[in-house]
Design a protein around this ligand. Sequence first.
Ligand code: PLP
Length: 457
Amino acid sequence: MNYAPNSLAGRDLAYSLHPYTNLAVHQEKGPLVITRGEGIYIYDDQDNKYIEGLAGLWCTGLGFSEKRLVDAIKGQLDVLPFSHSFSHRATVPVIDLSEKLIELAPGDLSKVYLVNSGSEAVDTAIKMVWYYHNAIGKPEKKKIISRKRAYHGVTVAAGSLTALPYVQDGWDLPAIQGIRHTDTPCYYRYGEDGESEEDFATRLAENLDQQIQDEGPETVAAFIAEPVMGAGGVMTPPKTYFEKIQKVLKKHDVLMIADEVICGFGRTGEMWGSDTYGIKPDILTCAKQLSSSYLPIGAVLITDAIYSAFVEHSTKLGTFGTGNTYGGHPVAAAVALETLKIYEDDDIIGHVQRVAPHFQKRLKALGEHPLVGEARGVGLIGGLELVADKATKEQYPASAKAAPLAVEKILGHNLILRPMPGDGVGICPPLIITEKEIDEMFDRITRGLDEAKEILG
Ligand SMILES: Cc1ncc(COP(=O)(O)O)c(C=O)c1O
C-alpha cells in the first residue's frame, strides 16, 4: 500500500466537493478511502475487505483486477498515447472498437460516435436529435420526452432529462427547453388497485399518446428510456410496456433513444437491455461497462437513416460541427475493445445467464423480509423498495432515512450497496460474480436489513 492508514483523511478536506454527499457530514466523517481491488472485492485503507455490490457505480463489470485490461492500457500507451478524431483523423483502436460495437449493436444501428461519459453520450444524443430534425426540414420537431424518476446524467442537458429531486434541486434543472417527462413504469408503486401489469402498461402508453397529441406530434422529436430504470430505483418495465410505447412512438414519428449506460453489455442477461425488452432504438447511448470503467469512455450509436441526414446537412453547413478532445481517446478505445473481447472470450453473457437465476431467486426471497415491499430485478441487477407497512406499501417518513440506514448496516457487514430515491436499495455486482459470492452477498444483505428493521421498527 502506498499510503499509511488514515493519512488521507486530513488531505481530503482540502478538496471535499464530493459528488452525492452531504458535504457537512462528509467534512466531519471523511471518505471511505479505497486502496485496492481484487475480483469482486475492494479494500479500504485499514485493509478491510468489501464486496463491491454495486460494481462501483453499476459499471465495473469485470471486477477490480482484470489483467488483460491493464495490459491493453499499457500496450496502447506504449504505441500511441494520444491522437484525436477531428478533421478526418482516426486511430486503429477507434476504428476497431467502432466496428465491434456495430457488430454487437441491436437493431439497425450502424454508426458510432465516441465520448467520455454517460452524461456526455446523452447530451450528444440530444444534440443529434435536434441536428437530425433540422437536417430533414422539421426544425419545429425538437421536444424530448423522458420519464419521471429517470436518471440520464447530471450535465445541463442530460440533467434536464433526469427527473430526480436530489439531482436537480438547487441547480436550476431542468434547464433546457422542450424537455417533458411522462409516467414512471413501476407497477408495484404506480399500478392501480385491480389493474393488471399489462393494463398498467397500456395505460402508460395511452398517457404517452395523449401527451404527444397535447404537445403536438409535429413538435415531439424523441423519447428516451433506460431499459431498466437504474439510479431512480431499479425499476424493471411492466410486461408489454416497450412494445406498446414503441407503437405510440412509431405512430407519431418520434425517435426512440435507449439509454443503455447501465443496462448495456450483459447486465440484463443479454448484450443489451434493448435485446431483453424488444427495444429497437434509433439512437443508443452507452458507457460504464463499455470499458468495465477501467478508463472513461462512452458511445452514441445511430441508424443509417440518421447518419445519411447528417451527411447531407453537414455538407450544406460545411462541417459536422461537434467534437470532444478526448472523444475516441485511443487508450480508452483500446481498453474498451479489450473489454468487449473479454466479454466474448470468457462468455460473460453466458455466465450472467447461468448465475442470474440464483441471483434472482435470492433477490426475490428478500421480498419476504419485513422491511422490503418489493424486490425486483432482471439478470444481475436488482432493487429493493423498503416500506414501513408491507400491506399498504406505506413508506417510512423521509426523516427516518430508511434506505441510507439499511445501506449503512449492510456496509457494517462489508458489503457496499447504494441507497436510491423512494427508499430503494440498488444491487448490481460485477458480472463475474459466482453463485457462492452471490450467497455471501445476500446473506450480508439479510443481516443488515434485520438490523435496520430493528432500529426502524
Ligand atoms: C442510465 C444512465 N445514463 C447516464 C448516466 C450518466 O453517466 P455518467 O455518470 O458517466 O455521466 C448514468 C449514470 O449512472 C446512467 O445510469
